[in-house]
Design a protein around this ligand. Structure first.
Ligand SMILES: [Fe+2]
Ligand SMILES: [Fe+2]
Length: 345
């Protein structure tokens, strides 16, 4: 029996006795290790935060001086003082270790919200993974927290889970629910993915620094397409009703996420993504966000923005490189086994 026959048999069996989706989801939830991994890493992060604090080490040294007299006490005290001094010296590098342990749990793509995103909004999921690569590379290149940038990017659009079909990346060709809606209604739906995302993230215990990416990734930008559509009908519409709630990015990581979000989407929409077209689009996107004042609160310099731009161009050019054209596939009929004329008679 060939593959096509096996698949059609399985489809026929599923149609006759459809699998119970609720039962399957329950089974996934019971067997998933993700929530416990999250708790374990959270405890490990708190422990690391205590152990990597030089104040703790110096306090231990003082306690040993008081409680352990003699040679042994002196040796233990000297050990704690040396460790404390090393922690102070390495403070800038090691300060991120506890946070990194926390983010590792949320970097797991098997976490419930990520699994839902991949199944219920596959277009958003693909966009999320692509722009997470951009954010992480750019954050690392300027000395910001690359892992936080990656994880924050994973969650930035989870609010789209509430109405995935209203976002262009999840729409099958020719089916756009906004065609039947007023511009104000459409804008309200698009805008609500920020608020919905924060709600979903809170319900799932996503930490505040990751939730900041949801709130800040659109800043206070206008929802330009529907604002223009509304102004075609009525020139006096209130632009605030067609803008995202903000705030604008408050950290280098969320600012880079905002830029990666726009750059990835715009380059994906290019009809012919040549290296020159990609570079032009990335430069225009960053310049536009600066002119709109969206980067005003983010601790990021012009020099760092030029490094971010180069990282985006490098990765996007790699993502959208030209492919050689494959020969047209052989039609299934041509490889199907010949029927036995006696059996069909
Ligand atoms: Fe978004
Ligand atoms: Fe996005």
């Amino acid at each position: 029996m060939n593959l096509w026959q096996r698949l059609s048999e399985r489809d026929a069996a599923d149609e006759a006795d459809p699998p119970d989706r609720n039962k399957r989801d329950d089974a996934v939830a019971r067997t998933s290790f993700a929530p416990r991994l999250d708790v374990i890493l959270e405890i490990a992060a708190v422990t690391a935060r205590i152990l990597l604090d030089p104040r703790v080490t110096f306090a231990l040294a003082i306690a040993v001086v008081i409680l352990v007299p003699g040679r042994v006490g002196e040796l233990i005290t000297a050990f704690f003082v040396a460790v404390g001094a090393l922690l102070v010296y390495r403070a800038r590098q090691w300060r991120r270790i506890p946070d990194h342990i926390r983010w590792l749990a949320w970097a797991d793509l098997n976490m419930p919200l990520m699994r839902r995103l991949s199944l219920e909004a596959p277009g958003t999921y693909a966009h999320t993974i692509a722009m997470a690569n951009l954010t992480e590379a750019a954050c690392n290149a300027i000395g910001a927290d690359g892992l936080l940038g990656r994880v924050g990017s994973y969650y930035h659009d989870v609010g789209k889970l509430r109405k995935p079909q209203h976002f262009v990346e999840n729409q099958p060709r020719g089916r756009n629910p906004h065609d039947k809606l007023k511009p104000a209604t459409s804008a309200a739906i698009i805008r609500s993915h920020v608020r919905d995302g924060i709600e979903l993230a809170k319900e799932n215990g996503v930490p505040r620094p990751i939730r900041a990416f949801i709130a800040e990734h659109h800043g206070t930008l206008p929802i330009a397409y529907f604002l223009a559509k509304a102004r075609e009908r009525d020139d006096s519409v209130n632009a605030n009703e067609y803008s995202y709630p903000g705030p604008i990015p408050q950290s280098a990581e969320t600012a880079i996420c905002m830029l990666a979000d726009a750059a990835e989407a715009k380059v994906r929409a290019l009809a012919d993504p040549t290296p020159v077209a990609i570079r032009t689009m990335v430069e225009a996107t960053i310049a536009q966000r600066m002119e709109e004042g969206q980067l005003a609160d983010a601790p990021i310099t012009l020099r760092q923005l030029s490094i971010v731009r180069e990282q985006f161009v490098r990765i996007l050019t790699g993502m959208f490189h030209g492919r050689i054209e494959y020969p047209s596939p052989v039609r299934p009929m041509a490889i199907a086994p010949k029927r036995d004329s006696r059996a069909s008679a």
